[in-house]
Design a protein around this ligand. Structure first.
Ligand SMILES: [Zn+2]
Length: 294
């Protein structure tokens, strides 16, 4: 493997700051550019279990600005899998975004966390194009498709995740790789019909004992931290390498290609990871029109 001249090799780390620069160890990674991370703006939609993991990882990595969108309150039942929540906040039913912001200040006071207590469909749509990467850590298909559609429209990389018990998925969408599928591509008419009921993120209907559809998904922190880790890794890949991709039309060897148009499947029961190529729907109403325009 030859090292490309055009981009920076491993950074020269100042001996004096080995133990005093909090990013010293990640700066040692080939292709790493902390300035790109520190100046980045990332949107995280949903700060439940997976969102907690994603935000925690981005904050510790030093991502400059993180918009967190969630209008929900903390419940006691969140506490088994949300590293940024606490018992007192649960007893007081505090807003998730407020508590996440406070916890992040302790982890890394240099990161600017901007909490937005709104339903996704009521946020200012300009926010999408202000961000470098958008993440959905949501438990309903409808909001995830909305995020997919706006991210695609504004050419912002979008990373989606889903969890259910011991299973999870991560998928990236990026309009600049025009032959790749978006989230909407995989949505059939049947899915759309089902979507109007409330469904779990992996598409399986969840019914309570009285057969009423609920949105409570069975999961544990081992699943959400694995999926949140993979999802935040995808964010960092885009932040570090998108300039290279724009310049050369490919991803650098040092950072590697994100999961664009592909879905990573995690099966905690069978101890397996699998990556599948998502099929692009030529009639997808989100991503096909751009193809016709170009
Ligand atoms: Zn599509």
């Amino acid at each position: 493997m030859t090292t490309q001249k055009e981009y920076q090799d491993i950074q020269v780390v100042d001996k004096d700051s080995i133990d005093t620069d909090k990013f010293d160890r990640q700066k040692r990674i080939h292709g790493w550019d902390q300035n790109k991370i520190s100046t980045a703006k990332v949107m995280v939609i949903g700060v439940g279990a997976t969102g907690n993991e994603v935000v925690k990882n981005l904050v510790l990595s030093g991502v400059g600005t993180i918009y967190i969108i969630d209008f929900d309150f903390i419940e006691i039942s969140n506490l088994n899998r949300c590293v940024l929540f606490n018992s007192k906040a649960a007893e007081n039913n505090e807003y998730k975004v407020d508590v996440v912001k406070e916890a992040c200040k302790v982890l890394n006071p240099d990161v600017n966390i901007i909490p937005i207590k709104k339903d996704l469909n009521t946020i200012d749509k300009n926010l999408y194009k202000e961000c470098d990467v958008i993440c959905s850590c949501l438990d309903n298909v409808e909001a995830r498709l909305e995020a997919n559609n706006y991210a695609y429209y504004y050419d912002v990389p979008f990373i989606d995740s889903g969890i259910d018990e011991y299973f999870g998925t991560v998928q990236a969408v990026y309009s600049k790789v025009s032959e790749s599928a978006c989230l909407q591509c995989a949505i059939s008419d049947k899915d759309l019909e089902l979507m109007w009921n409330k469904f779990s993120c992996t598409g399986q209907e969840i019914k309570s004992e009285d057969q009423e559809t609920t949105r409570k998904i069975a999961t544990i922190i081992t699943t959400t931290s694995i999926i949140g880790g993979l999802q935040s890794q995808q964010v960092l890949k885009f932040l570090l390498d998108i300039d290279y991709f724009r310049k050369y039309g490919k991803w650098s060897n040092q950072i590697g290609e994100p999961l664009i148009g592909k879905q990573l499947l995690y099966n905690g029961l069978m101890n397996r990871f699998k990556i599948i190529e998502k099929l692009k729907d030529p009639n997808c109403w989100t991503c096909s029109y751009k193809k016709h325009l170009s």
